[in-house]
Design a protein around this ligand. Structure first.
Ligand code: AP5
Length: 222
């Protein structure tokens, strides 16, 4: 039986940081739609290049394209132990598509975690973030080059102050309704993301374990 997690939250909440760590520690597949798009842009994939302008101004890219990327990724064998989604679903249409995929996979509970952080802190984090220009990894706060590949550090195009404001608006209008789509499910949890990353990690692990164990007990009792 797999374990499947959605890391929800606004831009800069720490979804990618926590999704990467949790997936590594539990042997799950991490799928970050933002990372997949940025990597495809670096590789000059024509479809991703066509989506770049939307990303650079803080808009979402087309639902059909993103749903196809995630569905395809989840069909590969490394998704069998389960997955952690970072940045998907971001629209109600994407959440509905994921429900269809989950039904077909029939492989363990789906735990949804909302990582909450006040807007002022999100703006501060994104304004200060640097990523590796070569491989896209988030930079370590004290390093002057990428800890993974030694590449030079740059600002992400959509971390420009004006674009961050737009991303936060898009989050409020389009992605917040996804939280309402999930909120009444017994596996929906909220974590305070405005704490040190290690503390967020501890609380997140406890919430996810609790939600998945209750879902499995409920399933066994049926
Ligand atoms: P995406 O890459 O998903 O960006 P995002 O959701 O805006 O998220 P971020 O990567 O900015 O933040 P995060 O929450 O992952 O935080 P992180 O851990 O990096 O999407 C980019 C674009 O792609 C979208 O705008 C859209 O155009 C397109 N796209 C992607 N998915 C899509 C979809 N499903 N549908 C349509 N379009 C889609 O941390 C941020 C910073 O904070 C880092 O510097 C980190 O070190 C730091 N930090 C993390 N945790 C803490 C902490 N606890 N305390 C202090 N600092 C912390």
């Amino acid at each position: 039986m797999g374990l499947n997690v959605i890391m929800m939250g606004p831009p800069g909440a720490g979804k990618g940081t926590q999704a990467g760590r949790f997936a590594r520690e539990r042997g799950l597949l991490k799928i970050s739609t933002g990372d997949i798009l940025r990597e495809a842009i670096r590789e000059k994939n024509p479809t991703a290049l066509a989506a770049k302008a939307r990303m650079d101004r803080g808009d979402l890219v087309d639902d059909a394209m993103i749903i196809a990327i995630v569905a395809d990724r989840l069909e590969r064998p490394d998704a069998d132990p389960g997955f952690v989604l970072d940045g998907f679903p971001r629209t109600v249409a994407q959440a509905q598509a994921l429900d269809g995929i989950m039904e077909r996979r029939n492989n363990g509970p789906l735990v949804i975690v909302d990582v909450m952080v006040p807007e002022q802190e999100l703006v501060r984090r994104l304004g200060g973030r640097r990523i590796c220009g070569a491989c896209g990894t988030n930079a370590d706060a004290v390093a002057s080059t990428c800890v993974k590949c030694g590449g030079g550090l740059v600002q992400r195009a959509d971390d420009d102050h004006g674009v961050v404001r737009e991303r936060l608006k898009v989050y409020q209008h389009t992605t917040k309704p996804v939280l309402e789509f999930y909120r009444e499910r017994p596996t929906f949890r909220v974590v305070n993301g405005a704490q040190a990353p290690e503390r967020v990690a501890r609380e997140l692990d406890a919430l996810i374990d609790d939600a998945s164990q209750s879902a499995m007990s409920a399933e066994r009792a049926r």
